[in-house]
Design a binder for this molecule. Structure first.
Ligand code: SF4
Ligand code: ZN
Length: 312
């Protein structure tokens, strides 16, 4: 016999939230995920009145789910959402997601814009991989460096001052361990979720889904028929992130709720690191080549681009 939802006490439960012991029906589950995102937004003052939010949408489940959630929960206060997508120029992979994003945005009535690496840097990812100076520069580090810049420029060109990304709780914990094992303690402070303005246009980055388990976002997307890209990127690195991901999932299976405990501890550590001198408050400079905000004389984008120029 099917069990009853422990929230509404009416409908049949479709999901057992192991870490809280709740049984949830479809409607209560969807509502609870949206409520969690709403709570995260307010807890860390992620969006203020008058902010214009650009949602970085790749076509994957997290970013499309984020767009759907923000559209549902912000419609009264902040109706001016815009979806921004970067086309890295990866044949056979990016085309599918661009198509999904375009259709999804038009179905839910959100404006969408695309900017390509080729337009911006004169170099697609396919080309970059063909001419990359050394195998030691990983595909994802080239791509990530360029993508962050493209997203900033795209958001600025739309008049947005807030960039929302679809990082979830699992991503947040994995990032902590990556920084910890790399000995990069200062970076842990940068991950504290209260947004900090950067650059001359005062951009802020927010992660409204960072308190939601990845598996719940998959379930949300499936229950609401949100389409998402199935194809894997051909250049994906087998990074240390995947190893942490699988270890943390095994731990969670044996000890439900352990990811939440870890998340709460990491938050405290990040807050402490952020408030120590020399962490987040390190001197910011302007890149001598592109004039954008940078921690060194030459920013990481201009540095990466220079490696390709030297080679040609
Ligand atoms: Fe870029 Fe790596 Fe993502 Fe592929 S997997 S789109 S190379 S960051
Ligand atoms: Zn630069």
């Amino acid at each position: 016999m099917s069990k009853q939802c422990s929230k509404c006490k009416k409908n049949n439960a479709i999901y057992f939230r192991q870490y809280s012991g709740e049984l949830l029906c479809n409607k209560c589950f969807i509502k609870s995920v949206e409520y969690k995102a709403k709570k995260t937004l307010s807890k860390f003052s992620m969006i203020k009145h008058g902010d214009r939010v650009a949602v970085a949408v790749s076509g994957g489940k997290d970013s499309l789910t984020l767009l759907n959630i923000l559209k549902n929960i912000l419609s009264d206060v902040n109706p001016e959402l815009i979806a921004i997508t970067v086309d890295e120029g990866i044949e056979g992979y990016r085309d599918e997601s661009l198509h999904i994003v375009k259709n999804f945005c038009s179905n839910i009535g959100v404006e969408s814009r695309v900017l390509s690496f080729r337009e911006l840097f004169g170099l697609s990812m396919d080309k970059a991989m063909e001419v990359r100076p050394s195998d030691k520069i990983s595909s994802c580090s080239i791509c990530g460096t360029f993508r962050r810049r493209a997203i900033d420029l795209l958001a600025e060109s739309c008049g947005a001052n807030v960039i929302a990304t679809g990082h979830n709780l699992d991503d947040y914990i994995q990032t902590f361990f990556i920084n910890l094992f790399a000995g990069d303690v200062e970076r842990i402070g940068w991950t504290y979720p209260e947004p900090v303005e950067y650059g001359s246009s005062g951009l802020k980055k927010i992660k409204p889904l960072m308190e939601i388990y990845e598996k719940e976002l998959v379930l949300y997307a499936i229950h609401l028929n949100i389409p998402f890209q199935s194809e894997e990127c051909p250049y994906k690195d087998e990074s240390i992130r995947s190893a942490f991901r699988s270890h943390l999932n095994s731990l969670e299976n044996i000890h439900p709720g352990i990811k939440y405990n870890a998340y709460n501890s990491i938050l405290k550590i990040a807050k402490k690191v952020k408030s120590t001198p020399n962490a987040i408050n390190q001197e910011r400079k302007q890149c001598l080549v592109c004039n954008r905000d940078s921690s060194n004389n030459i920013c990481s984008v201009c540095h990466t681009l220079s490696l390709f120029v030297k080679r040609n």
